[in-house]
Write a protein that binds this ligand. Structure first.
Ligand code: ADP
Ligand code: ZN
Length: 517
């Protein structure tokens, strides 16, 4: 396949002058017949990687996509450019669906978008065999993995397509970059020696900031007040919160709408439209909002509640600054959110899924509480190494937090954990520990005779919160380790013991301050 042909179709059909990074390489690998995995951040131009090759291939390219709501738009756009494209999903009545499948059998189309639930229909796979299929593109391929942020069990059926059509190349596309998800995609789709293309996930124009949450609505209003004419998304965890947040903003004179899956279809569509057309500057939304939405001038994304994993955080913040202009990402963090989510997670029946959710939540909380450059943590999460120098675009790099000498306090805390453990029989939780340190005389403490320990009350000079906070920092630094059960009992690691023995100096960062604006 000549590159020239691709380039000329790029201009002719899509009106673009050049390829974006990795697009050409991905297309070449796939057109060369190789299974290919393309991992590019949102907005990088993944769709073109299967749309353009579909035009130069003999036969039909089948695109599996979970975004039913967007299929029609995509197909309309392609048709407007003269591409023979169509889609099949549950929005079509049976006559229309039959008309299209007849057309497919007659070889009238180059591109077919299909929803994964179609694959579940009994004779769909049989039909595929008669459609002269040249390639299979799996969009949002992370949906196949439990490690992604949007697991869809229907995606697991895709391996059956591979079974029916073993010879056609598969192109898997996603914006989810973790190694685990990548491996899962390759394994679940049974890709053979795939060519893997991984773009950098850094978004240089985004500024990341995390502040302690105290009165989210007021914090959001303050933030918005500083940029009243700009467009932004405020993510909230619950439907109710999106509505109350939007109401608060409106009361302050801002044009804000709510968006969540509980609104009726019309209101949801209206609110989305209003936001896309800049009639509403702010949308207060649950995570139901955003997938596939391409609004270039979103200047900020606020998380009024913490996302459940880093993946979600990255995707949601990634909706800011698609046009490449500087944009802000603000996360309001509270331990309360973590505790609340732990409650949800405990209710997940499947043990494996529970463990996954738990680990992801830990990583997210660590990101929020960490005292290193946000980019280092974010890029590290995606398996990308990032230099430990000033990134110029995160709260830590822009205004480094004050450091303090925590050596004595660390020694007090670690020895207290060791003493309690030596006393035996009792599992140490962070709350109990902080009570012992501050000289509490609770029933538990007296019952276990922990008021007789030499470390009882040695931290009286500081409030309990200080000790809980310090304990968390030590967990993050690996001087303590917590158990995974819901009692989250802690113990001192070897590293912690060494630190104690060697009397190492421990410098720590002050914990999160509440946002000024
Ligand atoms: P993704 O699926 O990776 O999030 P899209 O496929 O939706 O990204 O593409 C994002 C935007 O970039 C779209 O508006 C698309 O038309 C545009 N685009 C894609 N490839 C190119 C290119 N080579 N030159 C210019 N614009 C492009
Ligand atoms: Zn930084």
């Amino acid at each position: 396949m000549s590159l020239q042909l691709l380039s000329s179709r790029l201009k002719q059909t899509f009106g673009y002058n050049e390829f974006r990074p990795l697009q050409r390489e991905i297309m070449e690998a796939s057109l060369g017949g190789r299974d290919t995995v393309a991992i590019l951040p949102t907005g990088a131009g993944k769709s073109l990687c299967y749309q353009l090759p579909a035009l130069v291939r003999e036969g039909l390219t089948v695109v599996v996509s979970p975004l039913i709501a967007l299929m029609k738009d995509q197909v309309d756009q392609l048709e407007a450019s003269g591409v023979a494209a169509t889609f099949l999903n549950s929005t079509l009545d049976s006559n229309e669906a039959r008309r299209r499948t007849d057309g497919l059998a007659a070889g009238e189309y180059q591109l077919l978008y299909v929803a994964p639930e179609r694959l579940m229909l009994p004779d769909f796979l049989m039909r595929l065999r008669n459609w002269k299929i040249a390639a299979l593109a799996v969009d949002e391929a992370h949906c196949i993995s439990e490690w992604g942020h949007d697991f869809r069990p229907e995606y697991r059926r895709l391996r059956e397509v591979r079974g029916v059509l073993p010879e056609i190349p598969v192109l898997a596309l996603t914006a989810t970059a973790t190694g685990r998800v990548r491996e899962d995609i390759i394994r679940q789709l049974e890709l053979r020696d795939p060519a893997v293309f991984l773009a950098s996930f850094n978004r240089p124009n985004l500024k990341y900031q995390v502040v302690g949450k105290s009165g989210a609505a007021a914090q959001v209003c303050n933030f918005v007040n500083a940029r009243p004419d700009e467009s932004g998304i405020v993510y909230c965890q619950s439907r109710k919160n999106t509505e109350s947040m939007a109401a608060t903003l409106r009361a302050q004179g801002f044009s804000a709408v709510a968006y969540h899956a509980g609104l009726d279809a019309e209101e949801r569509a209206n609110n989305q439209e209003a936001f896309l057309r800049d009639e509403a500057k702010i949308v207060c939304a649950t995570v139901a909002f955003g997938m596939g939405i391409n609004k270039p001038n979103v200047r900020y994304v606020i998380h009024a509640d913490m996302p459940k994993n880093i993946e979600g955080y990255y995707q949601e913040t990634g909706r800011a600054g698609r046009d490449g202009l500087p944009s802000d990402c603000l996360l309001l963090f509270s331990r309360g959110d973590v505790t609340k989510y732990l409650g949800f997670i405990d209710a997940i029946p499947d043990e494996h899924a529970r463990a996954v959710a738990h680990e992801q939540l830990d990583q997210m909380a660590h990101f929020a509480e960490s005292d290193t450059c946000r980019r280092v943590t974010l890029m590290g999460y995606f398996g990308e190494s990032w230099p430990l120098e000033n990134c110029g675009g995160c709260d830590h790099c822009l205004s480094p937090r004050e450091k303090w000498d925590a050596t004595t306090d660390v020694q007090k805390l670690l020895s207290c954990v060791l003493r309690i453990r030596q006393a035996g029989g009792f599992s140490v939780g962070m709350n109990h520990l902080s009570e012992v340190l501050t000289g509490g005389m609770s029933e538990k403490i007296v019952g276990w005779k922990h008021h007789l320990l030499t470390t009882h009350g040695i931290g009286k000079d500081q409030p309990r919160d200080h000790w809980v906070d310090l304990g968390r920092q030590l967990l993050r630094l690996g001087l303590l380790v917590g158990s995974r059960d819901k009692f989250s009992t802690i113990s001192v690691t070897q590293q912690g013991i060494d630190t104690l023995k060697r009397r190492d100096t421990v410098m720590l960062t002050r914990s999160l301050n509440v946002a000024k604006s």
